[in-house]
Unconditional design. Structure first.
Length: 145
């Protein structure tokens, strides 16, 4: 019940992200989610894509330093306080949230978030015990068809 996130280092200069995403586009890779964190000299782009194996192979061939991390993709009701409830479930069960970012899907009335936690298995148990089901890669793809 996890999805594969690709993290890659980018130089912090004009056009770096455009070049990176053009490589994906030209290879037929479709972005599902993207997060960018930066420092003065470089950035770390985190992406969820339709074909992570192909994407990582292509990016490494193009000289990018990148890795794959298993993260949680969680869909919940799009209403005020829904994210707070998810965060309280995790924090209240001593599950550390390292970072998070949102993504869009073609499903109405839902909020979609990526969560990087210290313990995926513990987080999955807490979420499923409370009626939330983290998505697997196949579930994620069905949201975009």
């Amino acid at each position: 019940m996890t999805v594969k996130q690709i993290s890659a280092f980018l130089e912090n200069k004009p056009g770096s992200l455009a070049s990176f995403t053009t490589i994906l586009q030209n290879s037929g890779i479709d972005l599902r989610a993207l997060s960018l964190a930066e420092t003065e000299d470089f950035g770390i782009v985190r992406i969820i894509v339709n074909d992570p194996e192909k994407a990582i192979l292509i990016l490494k061939q193009e000289g990018y330093v990148c890795s794959v991390t298993r993260v949680l993709a969680v869909v919940f009701e799009d209403k005020p306080g829904a994210l707070v409830n998810v965060l309280n479930l995790l924090g209240g069960n001593d599950i550390n949230l390292e970072y998070s970012y949102a993504f869009l899907a073609k499903k109405e009335n839902c909020a979609c978030m990526i969560f990087r936690v210290a313990d995926n298995e513990a987080a999955i148990k807490v979420l499923t015990d409370n009626g939330l089901k983290p998505l697997c890669q196949e579930d994620l793809e069905s949201m975009f068809s």
